[in-house]
Design a protein around this ligand. Sequence first.
Ligand code: F6P
Length: 323
Amino acid sequence: MKRIAVLTSGGDAPGMNAAIRAVVRTGVAQGWEVLGVRHGYAGLARGEMAPLGARDVGGILQLGGTVLGSARCPEFRTELGRRRALQALRGKGVEALVVIGGNGSQAGAYELLRLGFPVVGVASTIDNDLVGSDVTIGVDTALNVALESIDRLKTTASSHGRAFLVEVMGRDCGYLALMAGIAGGAEAVVIPEVDTEPEAVAQELRWAYDRGKSHALVVVAEGAKLNAARLADYFHQHEKRLGFELRVTILGHVQRGGAPGAFDRLLATRLGAGAVDALARGENGVLVGWVRGEVTTTPLAAVVGRQKALDPELLKLAGLLAR
Ligand code: F6P
């Protein structure tokens, strides 16, 4: 192997830069040239890549976002888009591609693999929905951002005796909401994996006041069937009967921005280095993830098109703790 390329794709995640840095520096240590691809698959199809040396990735470890840029790329879902990418890679003499990203990005990587190009994925998404990694790059930082907001909201909620609905990201996965609910001490959590009726959530919050709490909080995953808008509507319609008022906070992209915490820097560094290690021992077509405290590889074929299930024990715990 003489030359590899690395890209970041899909929604950015705090820690992506640490992963890029690790791929570049461990790749260079192998004696390879490492090209950085700009703007994810969109840039790849346009051939936007340039060599990155160890010094070029200095000072990025602590930065949020991705210095390579990222993109959602509908063109890459077409055969033509993928062929263009392949042409660009082969044209530059690239022998393997490292894809740092989440589900959609790993699906793209798998398509390149199916066209015969060696790829290695690195598990990176704040959604933590990837099969093949207990935890993905960015989750811990995003969760801490959500928790800081929840802690702040609780103080103002208490002053006014109000209830708060906090919507967190996660696409179709309830992981962030469930964890933010447990670690933030929410009275209720609404997630895509569990069907709930608005009245059941309303009763959870009402019950908190009946037990003497000065506020009540529900964390709602953006992908829940009973979404924030529907739930807030219901609360507003039934405000008199329920006996408390509700305010809504949608955290949105604030969860994805900002500097990665220690956990994400270390995880990203280990997974980025793990991608290079995998290539060095001749392995490809795999996702590099973190399973039971170790860097592991899982075939992309077993990762793509699936969503990691939530731990039922944690679901149970969330219910028990909201007393
Ligand atoms: O996959 C990460 C994520 O932040 C999801 O939680 C969210 O649904 C989506 O990306 C938002 O995408 P975009 O940044 O393209 O609006």
